[in-house]
Design a binder for this molecule. Structure first.
Ligand code: GUN
Length: 283
């Protein structure tokens, strides 16, 4: 029987751990705060931001909300980031992506001070990750490592295959698996014989963005399959990058969608906010 990795339960455990650490900091007079910036009225972004603010409230983290109209200029947004960088009350800064087309996302995320970059998107933090130095790590890949560790799935010495090479998931996930002593292969749209490569994996991570792309033909018997996809099916239901029902009989462990990787992103964001505040306070 395959183990169904319960991301809801694990994320809830992490939020409880953060909450108790925040309470301990509060007793020493240290507060934890996150500035959340949303530009425009993208409905999916609005839901993500609402959930992030709800998680902050649960953990005792103050969320400072900045909701700006969709026609906000790049200059105005950069000015706000500069103010938040300079504000001693702000521990972490999150600018929700995607930004409207007239704003250069990279210019904005690069402007956030690395020590307040709780998303782990800044080149300095990406560099620190690749060097194995302490910094901030992108929340979704960090969440995947937590899922594996807390499900007692060892990474060291395993064949790990990541399908997808995005800056937010695929590349940092590969770095983290390597840091955990996995043997890592990163596949993408130009990989020849993707099925053959995927089938080598003890741990197969699908971050492609294509509904139910990974079928049983891609999966080795007894592999652990991590599904990072969140796609809206034609029936309106959330679907992963993995054809769950087809793959399930062949795996030793798998993450469902929803309720697998998804909830881990916000839990790790809370963790990063706590780390930012502790570092700032010299804790
Ligand atoms: N948009 C989708 N995912 C994310 C995320 O993890 N962080 C930010 N800032 N924007 C996102």
């Amino acid at each position: 029987m395959a183990k169904i990795i319960d991301g809801k339960k694990i994320s809830s455990d992490i939020k409880d751990e953060v909450k108790s650490e925040v309470e301990a900091l509060n007793k020493k007079g240290i507060r934890v705060s996150l500035a959340v910036v949303l530009v425009g009225d993208d409905p999916a972004s609005a839901v993500y931001v609402r959930n992030k603010k709800k998680a902050c409230e649960y953990c005792g983290i103050r969320s400072i909300s900045h909701e700006l109209p969709g026609d906000t200029s790049e200059e105005t947004l950069i000015k706000l980031v500069d103010e938040l960088n300079a504000d001693p009350e702000v521990d972490g800064i999150l600018v929700q992506l995607p930004l409207p087309g007239h704003i250069d996302e990279k210019k904005v995320t690069d402007r956030i001070l690395p020590e307040k970059d709780v998303d782990g998107f800044h080149p300095v933090n990406v560099g620190r990750l690749s060097m194995g130095d302490p910094g901030f790590v992108s929340c979704t890949p960090q969440g995947i490592i937590e899922l594996l560790k807390r499900s007692d799935i060892s990474i060291a010495g395993k064949e790990c295959v990541v399908i997808g090479r995005s800056n937010i998931v695929g590349k940092p996930l590969a770095m983290l698996l390597l840091r955990e002593n996995g043997t890592v292969t990163v596949c993408h749209s130009r990989t020849s014989d993707l099925k053959e490569v995927s089938k080598r994996a003890d741990i197969l991570c699908a971050a492609i963005g294509k509904t139910e792309f990974v079928t049983s033909e891609y999966v080795k018997e007894g592999a652990c399959v991590i599904d990072v996809g969140i796609n809206r099916g034609e029936d309106g239901k959330l679907k992963g990058d993995v054809a769950y029902d087809d793959v399930l009989p062949h795996v030793s462990a798998i993450t469902p969608v929803p309720g697998g990787v998804g909830p881990m992103t916000i839990a790790c964001l809370m963790k990063n906010c706590l780390i930012a505040a502790k570092r700032k306070a010299g804790e």
